[in-house]
Write a protein that binds this ligand. Structure first.
Ligand SMILES: Cc1cn([C@H]2C[C@H](O)[C@@H](COP(=O)(O)OP(=O)(O)OP(=O)(O)O)O2)c(=O)[nH]c1=O
Length: 227
């Protein structure tokens, strides 16, 4: 079963490789700006669907590219996409990657000495090659099945001081992290407790993602039997 992780997140790649999964990886670049009045659930589901669509669009023109070595030989493959956000207790404030220092401080002040949630949504999309190759750089691909899961973990922070926030921002670690922190990094010192999946906070609820991949593989097998 060929799996393509469409993510630039080194954390996601590492988590799946630790699970001994053979996969191809690619990056997709989409506009992750939340829409006005969009709920956290609507936002995160839109993100993973948009990342999957962008990956399939890219594969239509690059499938022959050497880095997609395994999917050229497959009749179908699974595209995995994910998105991680923080959600404040008000249930609608979404915490994304910090735009700058001031944005990071604002988010951290909202998380200081309290609990917030970290949500990761994962989409598995089963993509199959259809018809014969018409042109080398436009092999028809289509999504034949998809499923999304959303996992939530409660994270509780210690009270954060200006000094703690300044030192953390200066470390450079916050820049590419939802909520501006990495529980697996220096921000481990900020976390008093979590309730839920740890890997979900890092960027991929691993046990739940492996179960989703299994489900996609079963669908792939049953569709292969039908053809
Ligand atoms: C909360 C938290 C987030 N993160 C990371 C996970 C994600 O990589 C990132 C959230 O941004 P995402 O947009 O979910 O992911 P990404 O931009 O890194 O990669 P891609 O969109 O290509 O899949 O924050 C941590 O590494 N540790 C943490 O504790």
């Amino acid at each position: 079963m060929t799996i393509i992780l469409a993510s630039g997140s080194p954390r996601r790649r590492k988590l799946l490789s630790n699970a001994k999964l053979e996969l191809d990886v690619m990056s997709v670049d989409i506009d992750e700006t939340p829409n006005d009045n969009e709920s956290p659930k609507e936002y995160i589901q839109r993100m993973i669907a948009a990342k999957a669509d962008a990956a399939i669009m890219q594969l239509k023109t690059n499938y022959h590219h050497d880095s997609f070595k395994s999917c050229k030989l497959a009749t179908s493959f699974i595209v995995l996409t994910a998105d991680t956000i923080g959600v404040l207790p008000d249930g609608h404030t979404v915490l994304v990657k910090p735009a700058d220092r001031a944005h990071a401080y604002r988010m951290w002040q909202q998380m200081s000495d309290s609990s917030h949630q970290v949500w990761t949504a994962v989409q598995a999309t089963l993509v199959s090659f259809t018809d014969e190759v018409k042109e080398l750089n436009d092999r028809p691909l289509k999504a034949v099945w998809q499923k999304q899961i959303i996992e939530s973990t409660d994270v509780t922070f210690v009270p954060l001081t200006q000094n703690m926030m300044r030192n953390y921002w200066d470390s450079g670690e916050p820049a590419d992290k939802a909520g501006g922190y990495a529980i697996q990094g220096l921000a481990a010192a900020w976390v008093t407790r979590i309730n839920g999946s740890y890997t979900n906070v890092v960027g991929l609820p691993l046990a739940q993602t492996l179960a989703l991949i299994d489900e996609a593989a079963k669908v792939q097998k049953s569709k292969n039997k039908q053809t």
